[in-house]
Design a protein around this ligand. Structure first.
Ligand SMILES: C[S@@+](CC[C@H](N)C(=O)[O-])C[C@H]1O[C@@H](n2cnc3c(N)ncnc32)[C@H](O)[C@@H]1O
Length: 294
C-alpha cells in the first residue's frame, strides 16, 4: 500500500495521495452509499460545536464503540470525549502533521482497532479532512464522512435567529479573513457585506476582528452594520458580544477572545426587519397538492 520507493510500509506521502486522488475518476461510493450510513473504514465525524448533545446519533454511536479517537484537540469539548469515549485511546491531532497522523490511523485500523477521526463542527467547513482521507484511501484504508453541526448553525441557534431570513438575508457566506493562510485578494468579506442580503459568517477570524472591521470601514461600509461574535457557541462558557462594524473589534479585544468565536455580519443576527415568509401564507396553501420548499 505504501508509495515509498523502498516499499517501507510505515511511510506515506500524503502529497502524492492528494495528487493521485484529485486526478482520479469519480468514486463509485458516491452512488452506492448514503450520507449517514455506517460504512466500512474510518469515519471522519463532525463533533459539532461543543455541546455533547449536538453530536449526531450516528456520530455518538461510532465514538462510543471506538478504540482510538483522534480528535481536534481543544476545538472538541473534553466533556464530549468524557461522555462518549472515556475508555478509548484519545489522541489530539494538534501539532501533528499528515505524515504522523496518517500512519497512526492506518496502523491502528490495520491492527483491527476501531478508529474514528473527530473534527470540530462539520468536517466540510475549514476542516482539512479531505487530505487525511485521501492519504488513508491511498494507503488502502477506506474513509467516509459523518456530518456535524457547524458553528455558524450553533451561533444562529444561540442568537435565536435564522441565517436566511425573509426580507433580510437571502444568502449565507461561510468565509474567513485574510491572514497567514489566505491572501488579501482571496478575502471576499467586503464583497459579501456589499451584497446587502447576505449573512456573513466568519470562521477563523477571532484574533483579527479589529483588522477585519477596519478593512470594511476603509472600504466604505456603514459603520452601524450589525456584527455579533458568538464565542464557544454551545459550550458552558459561551458568550455573545454584540456590536457594529465600528465597535465589535474593541469589544472582542476587551473580552480577551483570540480564538473560537464565530463572527456574524448582517441584520439576520439581530432578527431585524424581517417579513412574514410565503411558506405559512396563503401562497403555499393555494394548491393542496403543490410543493413548498421548507
Ligand atoms: C478550524 S475551524 C473549524 C470549523 C468547524 N469545522 C465547524 O464546522 O464549525 C475553527 C473555527 O471555527 C469556529 N468555531 C469552532 N467552534 C466554535 C464554537 N463552538 N463557537 C464559535 N465558533 C466556533 C471559530 O471561528 C474557529 O476559529
Amino acid at each position: 500500500m505504501s508509495d515509498s520507493p523502498d516499499g517501507d510500509e510505515t511511510s506515506v506521502s500524503p502529497q502524492a495521495a492528494i495528487d493521485t486522488e484529485t486526478a482520479r475518476e469519480r468514486d463509485t461510493r458516491i452512488h452506492d452509499r448514503t450520507a449517514g450510513e455506517v460504512q466500512e473504514g474510518i469515519p471522519f465525524i463532525g463533533a459539532g460545536p461543543g455541546d455533547p448533545g449536538l453530536l449526531t446519533v450516528t456520530g455518538r454511536d461510532l465514538v462510543e464503540s471506538a478504540d482510538l479517537v483522534v480528535h481536534a484537540g481543544s476545538l472538541v469539548n473534553s466533556e464530549l470525549l468524557d461522555a462518549y469515549c472515556a475508555e478509548a485511546e484519545q489522541v489530539s491531532s494538534i501539532g501533528k502533521d499528515l505524515e504522523e497522523l496518517v500512519p497512526l490511523m492506518r496502523d491502528a485500523y490495520e491492527d483491527g482497532r476501531r478508529v474514528v477521526r473527530l473534527h470540530s463542527g462539520d468536517p466540510a467547513i475549514y476542516g482539512a479532512a479531505l487530505e487525511q482521507m485521501d492519504a488513508l484511501e491511498h494507503e488502502g484504508v477506506p474513509t467516509y464522512i459523518v456530518p456535524g453541526v457547524t458553528s455558524a448553525f450553533a451561533a444562529s441557534a444561540t442568537l435565536r435567529t435564522q441565517l436566511t431570513l425573509n426580507g433580510v438575508s437571502n444568502h449565507v457566506a461561510f468565509t474567513r479573513p485574510q491572514g497567514k493562510t489566505l491572501d488579501p485578494e482571496d478575502d471576499h468579506i467586503s464583497e459579501f457585506v456589499e451584497m446587502g442580503d447576505v449573512t456573513t459568517c466568519i470562521y477563523l477570524g477571532t484574533h483579527a476582528v479589529a483588522e477585519t472591521m477596519d478593512r470594511l470601514l476603509d472600504a466604505g461600509h456603514d459603520p452601524d452594520t450589525p456584527v455579533t461574535a458568538v464565542y464557544h457557541a454551545s459550550w458552558p462558557d459561551e458568550d455573545v458580544i454584540e456590536g457594529t462594524i465600528a465597535t465589535i473589534g474593541d469589544r472582542v479585544e476587551a473580552a480577551g477572545y483570540r480564538a473560537s468565536a464565530l463572527v456574524m455580519i448582517g441584520d439576520a443576527a439581530r432578527k431585524a426587519g424581517y417579513e412574514r415568509s410565503y411558506l405559512y401564507d396563503g401562497w403555499a396553501n393555494r394548491d393542496a397538492e403543490g410543493e413548498a420548499d421548507d
